[in-house]
Design a protein around this ligand. Structure first.
Ligand code: AMP
Ligand code: MG
Length: 524
């Protein structure tokens, strides 16, 4: 008998909500239920590659637990913890603007919920095998996408962006067939399993599916459950608390997207099944980080034609998705005006919050009428020639308001093609730096204090697309050291880390058009 790990199980989702009565693991439409019981698949040769010490701690586990055989078995799905009943959640969603019907956890299996330090965490395995929601796919995940999710979700947390977390990354030991470019060239890749953690994995689509099926009774049960466990400050269920619930989800979604815009994160697949009801960044698929500042950029090749989920469109899509959630909640609220008022407020608030966020990035504490213009001009300039977003804003902290003519020198490292900076472009930048300097004269802070403040919102290190790819290429060859190196680096994204300057560089040229670096498909 293997030594068990001690963990404080506190399940509610699979106890308080209606379950699918069918227990067989066959693909089907699941009605009048929020989830189906299902066991994870046994894997050939599980191997733990990385465990997040932070998350162990959050769950009340020790580092020794993380190294134990019990931990390996539980978090690769090979052993089900006593008194727990794993399950897959039922949800639907709008994909790329169209209703897609039932989707659900096709390859995520929830293990249990844990209570520690008065916080409840749900744990789920991604890539742990088929479920009733797997449709035509295999329920598995490959190593490359699992490394991307594992590293990025923890990195986002340390950047201060609301996100689901990751506890562990493991190899399953099984091979998984994938056609990365969807061009008829399938190949076997290493299978992997990430254990993900969040207070809840409920999505907009969890509510939409019930409304679409006109199952208002289950919808009502689910909304009451969600308020009770995740928005308890809204009080007892009532039409008014349902309106407040929608207002809260709207506010959290807005804040999340403002953070994405601030750090240059592009989600890539903002379908409503990938929108967390808690306003957490969820489902790390073909996401990417802006390298050159470009509102039109999306990493997702599946979306390359319409670029629906491009960087500059994320705020609009957030709103579009909230409209779908409002429609789903309408049968419980029956007051279109109240819902519309909340949606209209999102538009106004987004403008205000976005301006505030950009002011922070520029180190401006006071409010000035000309700020909108100053920011607009900056965004125009950033797009005159390829300019690295992260390096630009981080370097701007070194700007001295007495020396506007040095501005272009200070940010020079951000330009991808220094020789293409024409006299006209140079002039535009010089003009902007003069305006920025005179705007800074209105502030009371000194240069050093401004730099310090700017460094808390302009990260020095983000998980650039090519960095994740380097870790993946090495891992494919059996070298997992870069996973840990990046994991450690991204724990302190706002700090100067002199020994890590090699990661504060523009995307190297080889990565410009490499698959996995700037272009990603949904294949995972
Ligand atoms: P995504 O675009 O990754 O958010 O996934 C959309 C839907 O497809 C969700 O219902 C997933 O569970 C499902 N899905 C994605 N990949 C797989 C897979 N390999 N096996 C089963 N279902 C999957
Ligand atoms: Mg998804």
């Amino acid at each position: 008998m293997v030594k068990q790990i001690k963990i404080n199980i506190n399940d509610s989702f699979n106890k308080e909500l209606p379950a699918d009565p069918i227990l067989e693991n066959t693909r089907r439409q699941v009605t009048k239920a929020c989830f189906s019981f299902v066991k994870p698949k046994q894997t050939a040769n599980p191997e733990m590659l990385h465990v997040s010490p932070d998350m162990l701690d959050n769950l009340g586990l020790t580092e020794a637990d993380g190294k134990s055989e019990a931990f390996l078995n539980i978090f690769t799905g090979n052993e089900v913890l006593e008194n727990t009943k794993p399950y897959a959640m039922c949800y639907g969603g709008h994909q790329f603007g169209s209703w897609a019907g039932q989707l659900g956890d096709g390859r995520a299996i929830n293990l249990f919920e844990v209570e520690h330090d008065n916080t409840n965490w749900a744990l789920q395995l991604k890539g742990a095998g088929e479920t009733p929601y797997s449709r035509t796919a295999d329920g598995l995940a490959v190593l490359r996408s699992s490394i991307r999710e594992y590293l990025c979700s923890e990195a986002m947390h340390h950047l201060g962006v609301p996100t689901t977390r990751a506890l562990s990354l493991a190899l399953s030991g099984d091979e998984v067939l994938r056609d990365v470019l969807y061009n008829g060239n399938p190949a076997y890749e290493k299978g992997a399993i990430v254990s993900r953690v969040a207070p809840s994995f409920l999505r907009f689509g969890s509510f939409e599916i019930l409304a679409a099926r006109q199952d208002i009774e289950t919808l009502n049960t689910l909304v009451d459950y969600t308020i009770k466990h995740h928005f308890s400050y809204l009080g007892k269920p009532s039409k008014e608390s349902y309106v407040q619930f929608f207002a809260e989800v709207t506010e959290r979604t807005l804040q999340m997207i403002i953070h994405w815009q601030r750090v240059g994160f592009v989600h890539g697949v903002m379908n409503t099944d990938n929108m967390s009801i808690l306003g957490l960044t969820i489902d790390y698929g073909p996401y990417g980080w802006l390298e050159d500042f470009n509102f039109g950029w999306t990493p997702n090749t599946t979306d390359s034609q319409h670029k629906r989920y491009r960087y500059g469109n994320q705020p609009n899509i957030g709103l579009w998705n909230l409209y779908q959630l409002a429609n789903a909640l309408f049968p419980l609220i029956e007051d279109a005006e109240k819902l519309e008022a909340i949606l209209n407020k999102y538009k106004v608030d987004f403008e205000t919050q976005s301006l505030k966020m950009m002011r922070n990035k520029l180190g401006l504490e006071l409010v000035d009428d000309l700020d909108t213009q100053l920011i607009q001009n900056l965004e125009d300039n950033l797009q005159l020639s390829e300019t690295d977003m992260t390096i630009f804003f981080r370097s701007l902290g070194d700007f001295k308001k007495e020396n506007p003519t040095d501005g272009i020198k200070i940010v020079a490292n951000a330009f991808y093609h220094p020789t293409e900076i024409s006299d006209a472009i140079r002039q535009n930048w010089n003009n902007w730096f003069v305006r920025y300097a005179s705007r800074l004269q209105k502030e009371t802070t000194i240069d050093e204090a401004r730099k310090e403040q700017m460094n808390t919102v302009n990260p020095k290190y983000v998980l650039r697309n090519y960095m994740a790819q380097l870790a993946i290429d090495a891992a494919d060859k059996g070298d997992y050291s870069l996973i840990d190196e990046l994991f450690q680096l991204l724990k302190n994204p706002y700090n100067e880390q002199p020994h890590n300057e090699k990661w504060f560089v523009k995307r190297p040229d080889w990565a410009r058009h490499k698959v996995g670096c700037s272009m990603l498909s949904c294949s995972s």
